[in-house]
Design a protein around this ligand. Structure first.
Ligand code: NDP
Length: 485
């Protein structure tokens, strides 16, 4: 019998599901059981061509609509997503293994937020009038054209919407390639957009590994590439896009610092550390995986953290009481277990967790290491799993320098009751998305993205509009045009 997660076909092109089984089969594995629940086929050159051709054709018509008309479609899509939240959340859980307790509140809902927010902005995207005496310049905010979105596997619905919603609001079309690990959810986003009234071809989804992404990025018809992925992939995609002088947004990895000062509310700081390390089993790019704790409160912090971490409920992700799911794949589990072994061999002190959970599926225990030093591999590399590194510090100046001593710059957090200190410290941290007495909030109204190797450009908020549109300026002379000869 076909599993309920099996999509009607692998790709969604020109307003309909399309299949081509001559592509490489991609099995979809449910991380909680290891069971194969669906198969999709990687896009062949013919499928890639169909997607690009239909996106290019649809964009021309879409850009002629008013912002109000475009926005209406996006807002209707948001409503449909909210109505179907339960079914979409179950699919997200099948795709990623994340617990339903999370997917019900974080995935289709945040995708709907993006569609609603950018749907609301679409009608107010205007240019400027710049008076120059009796002459003037006016500017027109124009779409870029055909945009490519390439997603990571941790938030397949959200990423599909975070890229699609601003792109479409600005009058662009999109070809989206999900991660091969989580190919299911973006197809639903495409289906819902059509139901909401988007023209056929405006938002297409095609499957495949890196080479399909590579073919999209290098196609001369593509004007913009927005990638969510790791730093090494980001460097490749950025370079390929640059050779075609394409616009880019790069949302990449991190190894973000969270600093807990001695006056912090300890329970609140521990909540921040738990949210910033164990939500989605640690598979979140902005996680605060280097938790710097002031030495005066370190042992108290660790004891309470261990107590609270012991109450995490691992198990069947479809059980809404479960709040900690498996790693997305066996491969990711093995990578994370490798880092845990590395931490032990480097001499970090294991506070809790430290291995695979004794159950079916790809579960890794929530793990905390203390006495981590800056040079350890577990403190330098992105692990992308539930492994928290606690480091000690003494002085504010020293912790800021150490927090910044990394190639990454995605996020940073500070816990303290001293607000003057909070702002002073945040002002010096090299990171794009920062938090004071909180961690990992990502409302669509706020810009999201990194500095340094963590990325280029911003998603969400009005900032995203700048990255999916361009400005044409028009000089208008009222008098005669003069020349030297
Ligand atoms: P990868 O970098 O491995 O892959 C990202 C996407 O790029 C996938 O769809 C992948 O396809 C595709 N891809 C790989 N190679 C190429 C290429 N040469 N050209 C075009 N596309 C290519 O990331 P993961 O999927 O493993 O996701 C985890 C990473 O994503 C972490 O580093 C994490 O920090 C980062 N991330 C960043 C976020 C942010 O907003 N800053 C949010 C979420 C995750 P395929 O998988 O099919 O090979």
């Amino acid at each position: 019998m076909t599993h309920p997660a099996q999509p009607k076909a692998s790709h969604f092109i020109n307003g309909t599901y399309v299949e081509d089984t001559s592509g490489t089969p991609i099995p979809v594995i449910y991380a909680a059981t290891g069971e194969e629940i669906a198969t999709v086929y990687a896009a062949t050159p013919a499928i890639i061509e169909q997607a690009l051709t239909s996106a290019q054709a649809a964009q021309k018509e879409w850009a002629k609509k008013t912002g109000t008309e475009r926005g209406r479609v996006l807002r209707r899509a948001a409503e449909i997503m909210r109505e179907r939240n339960h079914e979409l959340s179950v699919l997200e859980t099948y795709d990623t293994g994340k617990p339903l307790q999370e997917t019900l509140v974080a995935d289709a809902t945040s995708g709907a937020d993006a569609l609603e927010y950018f749907g609301g902005l679409a009608a107010s995207l205007t240019g400027e009038h710049i008076p120059l005496g009796e002459d003037w310049v006016y500017t027109i905010r124009e779409p870029l054209g055909l945009c490519v979105g390439i997603g990571a596997w941790n938030y397949p619905t959200q990423i599909a919407c975070w890229k699609g919603a601003p792109a479409l609001a600005c009058g662009n079309s999109m070809v989206f390639k999900p991660s091969e690990t989580t190919p299911l959810c973006a197809l639903k986003v495409a289906e819902i957009l059509i139901e909401a009234g988007a023209p056929a071809g405006l938002y297409n989804v095609i499957q495949g590994m890196g080479e399909v992404g590579g073919a999209l990025v290098t196609d001369p018809r593509v004007d913009k590439v927005s990638l969510t992925g790791s730093v090494p992939t980001g460097k490749k995609v950025y370079a390929a896009a640059a050779s075609g002088m394409k616009h880019v947004t790069m949302e990449l990895g991190g190894k973000s610092p969270m600093i807990v000062f001695e006056d912090a509310d300890i329970e609140s700081a521990i909540s921040g550390a738990i949210n910033g390390n164990f939500y989605s089993s640690g598979q979140v790019c902005s996680n605060g995986t280097r938790v710097f704790v002031h030495k005066d409160i370190k042992e108290k912090f660790l004891a309470r953290l261990a107590e609270r971490t012991a109450t995490a409920k691992l198990g069947d992700p479809m059980d809404e009481e479960v709040n900690f799911g498996p790693m997305v794949t066996e491969n990711q589990m093995n990578i994370v277990l490798g880092y845990i072994e590395k931490g032990k061999s480097e001499g970090a002190r294991l506070i809790c967790g430290g291995g695979r959970a004794d159950m079916d599926g790809y579960y890794v225990q929530p793990t905390v290491f203390a006495d981590v030093t800056d040079d350890m591999v577990i403190a330098r590399e992105e692990i992308f799993g539930p492994v928290m590194c606690v480091l000690d510090f003494d002085s504010e100046e020293d912790v800021i320098a150490r927090a910044n001593d990394t190639e990454f710059g995605l996020s940073a957090g500070v816990f303290t009751k001293d607000f003057t200190r909070a702002h002073r410290v945040i002002g010096q941290l090299e990171a794009g998305s920062c938090f004071i007495n909180s961690y990992n909030d990502a409302p669509v109204e706020a810009p999201f993205g990194g500095v340094k190797a963590s990325g280029v450009g911003r998603e969400n908020s009005k900032e995203a509009i700048k990255h999916f549109s361009q400005v044409k300026s028009v000089y208008v002379r009222m008098g005669d045009c003069e020349a030297a000869f």
